[in-house]
Design a protein around this ligand. Structure first.
Ligand code: BTN
Length: 237
């Protein structure tokens, strides 16, 4: 495994997509700045230079690639664990892979796959708001940073080491069959809420029951239960 740090890049996910053939499993690439940071659903991921943790992890291990359904939620859970250990309260996972503190988003994950005949690699891209004070502009969510919560800056390099180490540990535990579901169940942001979900491109008001143990989301639409495997949930305010 190898760690690469760049002062600026278009996107750490794009960097790994371009270079994965020459790199090892668990290569970790971070950057102070991204000129074209991407979020889910083709959104931008904006971050002030040097203030936040922006990284991508390369997964080449074929056994781990088979767990692609669990990987983004396990990555979110890893961030929840670390924030809780920093004594931050009310941290939860907004299915499928956002991390919230209270009703504010502190971290987002973009999982991408490079596929030829089969999946060649997975790229787990993570943005965590760390020392950024203000979020000005058109954000769809209410961003928050660690600084906003604990009122002091933290050392991003030290924090990066903790996140990297714990993420690898959790992915290795996933391979060994560890059951993360109880932790996920108890940190489920959407459980019991009503939200708009785009299901097959139609926006529906749904009642959310919570994350299932196969990591799909159980909802009721017009009083009929269904499990959503993917799809964006947007809050009905
Ligand atoms: C989301 O919440 O929509 C996902 C955001 C993912 C952002 C990270 S920052 C590092 C990596 N590089 C990118 O371009 N995106 C991910």
């Amino acid at each position: 495994m190898k760690k690469i740090h760049l002062s600026s890049v278009d996107s750490t996910n794009a960097y790994l997509k371009l270079n994965y053939k020459e790199l090892d499993n668990y290569t970790f690439v971070s950057s102070d700045n991204q000129t074209n940071g991407r979020g889910r659903n083709n959104r931008q991921w904006k971050s002030e230079n040097g203030k936040n943790l922006l990284f991508s992890l390369l997964i080449l291990d074929k056994e781990l690639i088979k767990h692609f359904k669990e990987i983004s939620i396990i990555s979110a859970l890893t961030i929840v664990e670390i924030l809780e250990e920093m004594d931050i309260k009310d941290v939860s996972i907004k299915w499928p892979n956002d991390v919230y503190v209270g009703t504010n988003k502190i971290s987002g994950i973009l999982l991408e796959a490079v596929t030829r005949d089969e999946v060649e690699c997975l790229i787990v891209g993570v943005g965590i708001n760390v020392n950024q004070k203000e979020f000005i502009g058109d954000y769809l969510t209410n961003p928050i940073s660690i600084l906003n919560i604990i009122n002091r800056e933290i050392d991003i390099n030290g924090f990066k080491e903790v996140v990297y180490g714990r993420l690898i540990d959790n992915l290795e535990s996933l391979l060994k069959g560890h059951d993360f579901y109880p932790y996920i169940y108890s940190h489920d942001y959407l459980k019991g809420k009503q939200a708009y979900a785009s299901i097959n491109n139609i926006n529906e008001l749904v009642q959310i029951h919570g994350i299932n143990n196969d990591y799909s989301l159980k909802v009721s639409v017009n009083n009929k239960e269904k499990n959503i495997d993917f799809g964006e949930i947007t809050f009905h305010i």
